[in-house]
Design a protein around this ligand. Structure first.
Ligand code: CMC
Length: 392
């Protein structure tokens, strides 16, 4: 094998250097550009955190106002892009709809896709930040057969998204400020997480000098999987199935421990955190207050709490250092907010977008970047002679 090292799943291999996000998995620490996540969550807005991740510093009030107004200018989708949504089956999962529409942005802005032109990168960044909430809302509207709403640019990013999602064209819609605050905070918690599967995908695709939209579209598809962002949907489905089975948590936990195929404790475990996921700790606190306020499903929340308690005192989970991750409690909050289960991973994507953009930009700006091209250890047949079809 020469000098090629085998590292399945890149457990011990760094693919890049980065100045964006720091994680200490043993201590349960997460920082964006040096700021601890618990200092940002609830204090800095999603827009501020997006600016921080992408440009490296917290914005001044003027910088934030300018960033906000730039984004508001780009929330509209091209009318032709709106036609895309009609082509999907009515029951289409919104995640592939999201990635398809983002991919399609490459066709609408063909004259500003050069990754090495700073103005092109800036405008693509703003377009993507502004348009993803619109695309996400339309993916939802399509799935429920309701009319699309134009963005209302008097509103901030999160309010605008909620209005386009839950509002109706002729009716006034005012989002509950507590709901806006909670969703904004959840987006902050999801905003970056260094070289996770989707972010690595964004970088790998971008390393071939593919444009920002193409790279982020690939990241959305990576996020869709249940071991990654799709876990928030799977957690709720798991809790619902436990409830259907009479709430028998010990028997479910036994199935997990016996490693029944396809049975895992979803929302538990993490490649890097071997201690409580700091994001999960914040989400868990939020779940209580949000569910009380919005009248969410307390039965499922109780089940989740019991499940966590049983798992955390069980040797199987203790030995493997398996703790709840960010996806364990978020779904319950999203459900209380009125989102259907299938929108949960879309919400993750909306939150993760600034991280994807920041990481793609860092990679493109780094002169030491090379195309991502892992090696392999070949285990197939050694050389053999071809046998013609009539002799086989
Ligand atoms: N339930 C039961 N057993 C588990 C779980 C789980 N959720 N996670 C890991 N294990 C076991 C695993 O079977 C293995 O056991 P053994 O040593 O006996 O073979 C051991 O713990 C180590 O796990 P691993 O599979 O080697 O860990 P990994 O780093 O490859 O996988 C993970 C990390 C997040 C994919 C995994 O923990 C998992 O599948 N969790 C459930 C899905 C989930 O919640 N994903 C969201 C991750 S956080 C946010 C995000 O990225 O979206």
């Amino acid at each position: 094998t020469g000098k090629v090292a085998l590292d399945i799943g890149f457990v011990n291999t760094a693919s890049c250097t980065s100045e964006i996000t720091y994680i200490d998995g043993d201590a349960g620490i997460l920082r964006y550009r040096g700021y601890p996540i618990d200092q940002l969550a609830g204090k800095a807005s999603f827009l501020e955190v997006s600016y921080l991740l992408i440009y490296g510093e917290l914005p001044t009030a003027d910088q934030l106002a300018e960033f906000d107004s730039q984004i508001r200018r780009h929330t509209l989708l091209h009318e032709d892009l709106k036609q895309f949504f009609k082509g999907f089956p009515r029951d289409a999962h919104p995640m592939p709809v999201l990635s398809s529409a983002v991919s399609a942005l490459s066709t609408f802005y063909q004259d500003s896709l050069d990754p090495f032109d700073q103005q092109h990168v800036e405008i693509s960044t703003l377009r993507l930040l502004a348009k993803l909430p619109t695309i996400a809302a339309y993916a939802y509207k399509k799935s429920v057969g309701q009319p699309f709403l134009y963005p209302d640019n008097s509103l901030g990013l999160v309010e605008n998204f909620l209005r386009m999602t839950f509002g109706f064209p002729a009716e006034p819609y005012e989002a509950d400020p507590d709901l806006v605050k909670a969703l904004d905070m959840l987006f902050v918690l999801h905003a970056d997480h260094e070289q996770n599967c989707s972010t690595s995908t964004v970088r790998l695709v971008g390393s071939s000098h593919a444009n920002l939209f193409a790279s982020v579209s690939a990241g959305i598809n990576a996020l869709f999987g249940p071991l990654h962002g799709g876990a928030n949907q799977s957690v709720l489905e798991m809790l619902e199935s436990i409830r259907r089975d009479g709430g028998d948590i010990p028997s479910f936990v036994n199935r997990v421990k016996n490693k029944e195929p396809g049975v895992k404790l979803m929302g538990f475990g993490h490649r890097v955190y071997k201690n409580y996921d700091p994001r999960a700790a914040i989400v868990k606190q939020t779940a209580d207050t949000v569910l009380d306020k919005l009248g969410g499903n307390n039965e499922l929340l109780d089940l989740a709490r019991q499940l966590e308690e049983i798992a955390l005192s069980d040797d199987y989970f203790v030995e493997r250092k398996l703790y709840p991750n960010v996806d364990f409690y978020t779904g319950l909050i999203y459900q209380a907010m009125g989102f259907p289960t299938r929108m949960f991973t879309v919400l993750f994507a909306l939150g993760r977008l600034p991280g994807w953009i920041a990481q793609w930009r860092e990679m493109i700006a780094d002169p030491t970047t090379k195309i991502g091209r892992p090696r392999q250890i070949y285990t197939g047949a050694t050389e053999r002679a071809f046998v013609p079809l009539d002799a086989r």
